[in-house]
Write a new protein. Structure first.
Length: 308
């Protein structure tokens, strides 16, 4: 499962996180059957003014992720499920008000079901994949690639990479002259190259996942580059029969009346894809995750084995 949760602040249009939003997302995850083995989340905080002003933490050590895990395990308990998850947070960027006070922070998280063993991860030092116009630009929000390697009870390993690419830069010619923008920014393509290098440097073999919010449409230069470099787009292949236009019409995110397919599930040749049955297009009323974020999750099933 990959999901941009918008800092659990969708009800306030991203201004501040709320406990109700977090509980609603935790309840929606806990209701999934089967539960995911891996949950990759984008747009999470640690502790900041935005994260805490409407959702107070219980102790100085409390973080947004620790509160989510408490809510998720509480919802699992209420549903009669004994399943538990281990969470790792991957910090990306911090905007400070003072030396001791964060205005807001950004990061990624990977939750893994306790059926699996975490062999290694890079939470202490995530891969920096940011495109910067100059080396001194601290205002540019850092973009990272989180990595977790899992071992199953059968002794098989799976490398999971979670990423969130930048929006297309408004200062480029392509932004103002092209018909489409998401995934067409030179800065985005640069980050896709950096992401590819990180995956190739860290993946132990062909069984790997690369998921997240790419801010890139199907068929865009970013999307085409990753596919041409060997990343298999499972959703495009299975749900849309390899048709980029059909994939564009299946939105994963929305803003006002605009709809976009920005979230993707890529894999190496060591995975065989089964279905995306628990996924629903953005804006589908009555769907489990409707109205909880400006994105919806992509939820898929796969097995370790060659891609078909």
């Amino acid at each position: 499962m990959t999901y941009n949760v918008r800092y659990f602040g969708h009800a306030t249009r991203g201004i501040g996180s709320t406990g109700r939003a977090m509980t609603s997302i935790a309840r929606a995850i806990a209701a999934l059957d089967p539960l995911p083995d891996v949950i990759c989340l984008q747009e999470l905080e640690t502790a900041s003014v935005r994260a805490n002003w409407a959702h107070w933490r219980k102790s100085p050590e409390d973080t947004q992720l620790s509160r989510l895990m408490a809510a998720l395990h509480g919802e699992l308990e209420a549903a009669g499920k004994r399943d538990r998850f281990t969470a790792n947070y991957f910090p990306a960027h911090t905007y400070k008000l003072t030396k001791r006070t964060n205005f807001y922070t950004t990061g990624l998280a990977v939750l893994t079901h306790n059926d699996h063993v975490i062999v290694e991860h890079n939470a202490d030092q995530p891969h920096d994949i940011t495109h910067r116009r100059n080396e001194n630009g601290n205002l540019k929000q850092t973009r990272i690639c989180a990595h977790v390697r899992l071992a199953t009870r059968a002794g098989q390993t799976l490398d999971v990479f979670n990423a969130h690419l930048s929006l297309p830069a408004a200062w480029t010619r392509e932004f103002w002259t092209g018909k489409e923008r998401m995934g067409f920014g030179p800065n985005q393509l640069s980050e896709a190259v950096n992401l590819l290098r990180a995956v190739r440097a860290q993946a132990a073999g062909p069984a790997f996942l690369v998921v997240g919010d790419f801010n890139a449409l199907p068929g865009s230069p970013v999307h085409r580059f990753l596919r041409e470099e060997g990343f298999h787009d499972a959703f495009r292949a299975m749900v849309c029969q390899g048709d980029d236009e059909a994939a564009k019409r299946w939105p994963t995110a929305g803003f006002l009346n605009l709809r976009f397919h920005l979230d993707h599930v890529f894999s190496g040749p060591g995975l065989r894809w089964l279905d995306f049955d628990d996924s629903a297009p953005f804006g589908t009323k009555g769907a489990r995750f409707h109205g909880l974020s400006d994105h919806v999750p992509l939820i898929a099933r796969c097995s370790l084995g060659p891609t078909r």
